[in-house]
Design a protein around this ligand. Structure first.
Ligand SMILES: *[C@@H]1O[C@H](CO)[C@@H](O)[C@H](O)[C@H]1NC(C)=O
Ligand SMILES: *[C@@H]1O[C@H](CO)[C@@H](O)[C@H](O)[C@H]1NC(C)=O
Ligand SMILES: *[C@@H]1O[C@H](CO)[C@@H](O)[C@H](O)[C@H]1NC(C)=O
Ligand SMILES: *[C@@H]1O[C@H](CO)[C@@H](O)[C@H](O)[C@H]1NC(C)=O
Length: 373
């Protein structure tokens, strides 16, 4: 009883005090949120008013505007018939912290046409401004990202990869299947290898902290076998922007990991770990042993060498992850710091249903509790 009373007070206080904002979703048949962003305080309520058509409000990260953030808030589709007057409303309560939050419409094609929304986006000319987010959603390159290559003393985190989601039909292993894959500017289509091959990568060859080779291309259906040589290494999947952190920690997507593979100095047999290549998007990874990643023990499969997100840039990011500025506060305004903070604040955010004047607070208590304790 005490616990639930406390929970209610914690939830009710900010809701009662918060300001309310109305955001029209697709008014006049246009693919926009109006306004496109708001500046709001924790506990403020945003009423998303769904106009005719069939839209969503779905949380994303800054870097991938049109992909649902794992564990993020989403309304689901809210179909509204033309001529409806009592428009459905979904309420969103701004969580604690002042991290920017990013949203898009999940209806096919809408996000790519710029139907995106933000709470507390940094102002232009920040590389993480609302206009930069919208440009990413539309597949363009924000002008603030196309600056000349930095000198080593003036290092700037490379831009997030430009991605597209695509569906392709692939014939592999005698059967035909449809695959949804994430690709990047410059990646080849998801064509399976005519004859799958195995690519071998030696982990810690001759005691050196490396993968040999560290930077390979592989086709769908190919396998990559990592062979662990003496010392105690891992093969752990990460992301381009966070080379030395397991993928699930920075994106919510589970990644592959071999675990530690201790091998004696005089070993003659070497343990292996194998992955199968399922699509042509770049795969990034590192050694999870203390200090190894920051010494450059990273690898890439299908990195796009023609773009900024190439293997050399990944290696540089890995090495910088060991420096004090990267382990604590990254330089303000970098995509890496924004991605991390928005992911950290994304847990357990919910929408409430309602219609009419937005007085219905059908809130999920368990979800809100996480915001306020
Ligand atoms: C709304 O859009 C989704 C996704 O395109 C679709 O699955 C659903 O059937 C649509 N609902 C209506 C009522 O049109
Ligand atoms: C391998 O490294 C991990 C992490 O540092 C450690 O926990 C483990 O004990 C090591 N294994 C051996 C056999 O040295
Ligand atoms: C490829 O798909 C299989 C089966 O879903 C999965 O186990 C494996 O981890 C995937 N490979 C990669 C590199 O993600
Ligand atoms: C990675 O591989 C590509 C293709 O073989 C090559 O052009 C590039 O120079 C390599 N990058 C590094 C840093 O080794």
């Amino acid at each position: 009883m005490i616990a639930s009373t406390l929970a209610f007070a914690l939830v009710a206080l900010p809701v009662a005090l918060g300001a309310e904002y109305n955001v029209q979703v697709g008014a006049g048949g246009k693919l926009v949120y109006d306004p496109e962003y708001v500046s709001a305080q924790p506990g403020d309520v945003i009423n998303f008013i769904f106009n005719p058509k069939n839209h969503t409000v779905t949380q994303s990260s800054f870097n991938t505007p049109c992909v649902a953030l794992d564990g993020g808030a989403k309304t689901g589709f809210v179909p509204v018939d033309a001529g409806t007057t009592d428009l459905p409303i979904r309420q969103f309560i701004v969580p604690a912290g002042n991290a920017p939050l990013w949203f898009y419409c999940g209806q096919t094609g809408h996000c790519g046409q710029g139907m995106v929304f933000a709470i507390n986006p940094p102002a232009d000319p920040s590389p993480n401004s609302f206009s930069a987010f919208k440009a990413l959603a539309q597949g363009g390159t924000p002008s603030s990202r196309s600056s000349p290559p930095p000198s080593s003393s003036d290092y700037v985190t490379p831009p997030a990869p430009h991605w597209v989601s695509a569906t392709a039909t692939v014939t592999y292993g005698g059967s035909v299947y449809t695959t949804t894959y994430t690709s990047y500017d410059g990646t080849p289509p998801p064509t399976p290898a005519p004859v799958p091959v195995d690519h071998k990568i030696i982990v810690g060859n001759n005691g050196v902290l490396n993968y040999d080779p560290a930077n390979i291309s592989a086709s769908i259906g190919d396998t990559v076998t990592f062979e662990f040589h003496p010392k105690n290494h891992t093969v752990t999947q990460s992301s381009f922007l966070n080379p030395c952190q397991a993928l699930e920690l920075t994106s919510g997507t589970p990644g592959f990991k071999s675990g530690f593979q201790p091998v004696a100095a005089d070993a003659t047999e070497f343990p292996t770990f194998q992955i199968t290549i399922n699509d042509t998007a770049p795969i990034w990874g590192y050694c999870g042993q203390t200090g190894h990643c920051a010494q450059g023990m990273v690898f890439a499969i299908n990195a796009v060498e023609s773009g900024p997100n190439n293997f050399a840039a990944f290696l540089e990011l890995a090495k910088r992850s060991g420096s004090p500025s990267a382990s604590g506060t990254a330089p303000s305004g970098t995509t890496a710091s924004t991605a991390a903070s928005s992911t950290a604040s994304s847990g357990a955010i919910g929408f409430a249903r309602g219609s009419g004047a937005g007085t219905t607070f059908g809130l999920a208590l368990s979800a809100l509790l996480a915001l306020w304790v």
